[in-house]
Design a protein around this ligand. Structure first.
Ligand SMILES: C[S@@+](CC[C@H](N)C(=O)[O-])C[C@H]1O[C@@H](n2cnc3c(N)ncnc32)[C@H](O)[C@@H]1O
Length: 213
């Protein structure tokens, strides 16, 4: 049986190579390897996310959820040089590649970590992800419900998901969970979703307004 890209310790023999990430604002050669997602080329969904997702609208840490070899984390770290960018994955080979890619690019603001290594008090101004749809709906939902509540007020998550892999039903489900979700763009069968942090009840103008004098 072929190995999943989300194995914690891929067993496939290492076969290092590089791919080129070329965007209007950066050009990077990234190390990749067997056993990680899209090892032979930058995934088209990742490219569409990076071309369309806005930069964070509030200040704070940034999360690349499911970083693979790091194209999203490194791009955000380049665009937001003063922000700390957490590159998180369950695949140790992917984390090591991201660490090396960040070092080679001189991006000291990237921190690689497994999900359990992120301190509980860290909150995120923005989350970017090409999420691991292949883990199955229950695991995907659990992963999103673990991290979305950690968005700062005014923060947002940007997810790229293929239409035929359920982007529209995921958007509806996220909205039902209390994370208002809109479609930012639709391109070549991929949707980029913008998921907003849960509105803070304290911000409700009906409950928060000063008593009339
Ligand atoms: C579709 S790949 C995207 C990789 C990379 N961001 C890219 O754009 O090339 C999704 C990644 O999520 C990781 N992943 C799977 N389950 C995860 C979890 N529970 N927490 C964090 N990352 C996870 C996988 O190992 C994989 O590297």
């Amino acid at each position: 049986m072929s190995e999943h890209y989300f194995s914690a310790r891929p067993e496939a023999a290492s076969a290092p190579r590089t791919v080129r990430l070329t965007l209007p604002d950066l050009d990077l050669e990234l190390a990749t390897d067997t056993g990680v997602f899209s090892a032979g080329h930058i995934d088209p969904g990742t490219r569409i996310l990076l071309a369309n997702a806005p930069e964070p609208s509030v200040r704070g840490d940034i999360l690349d959820l499911g970083c693979g070899y790091g194209p999203i984390a490194l791009t955000l770290a380049h665009r937001r040089k003063r922000a700390r960018v957490w590159a998180v994955d369950v695949n140790e080979r992917a984390l090591e590649l991201t660490r090396r890619n960040a070092e080679a690019a001189g991006r000291g603001n990237v921190r690689t970590a497994t999900p359990d290594e992120i301190p509980d008090d860290v909150r995120f101004a923005a989350l970017y992800s090409n999420p691991p749809i292949k883990v199955g709906k229950a695991a995907l939902h659990a992963m999103l419900l673990r991290w979305l509540p950690r968005l700062l007020p005014g923060g947002a998550a940007y997810l790229v998901v293929q239409k035929h892999l359920g982007s529209d039903s995921l958007a509806r489900w996220l909205t039902e969970q209390g994370f208002p979700t809109t479609r930012l763009t639709s391109e070549r069968g991929y949707r980029v979703l913008a998921v907003h942090s849960r509105p803070d009840p304290g911000d409700d103008p009906c409950t928060n307004s000063a008593a009339p004098s």
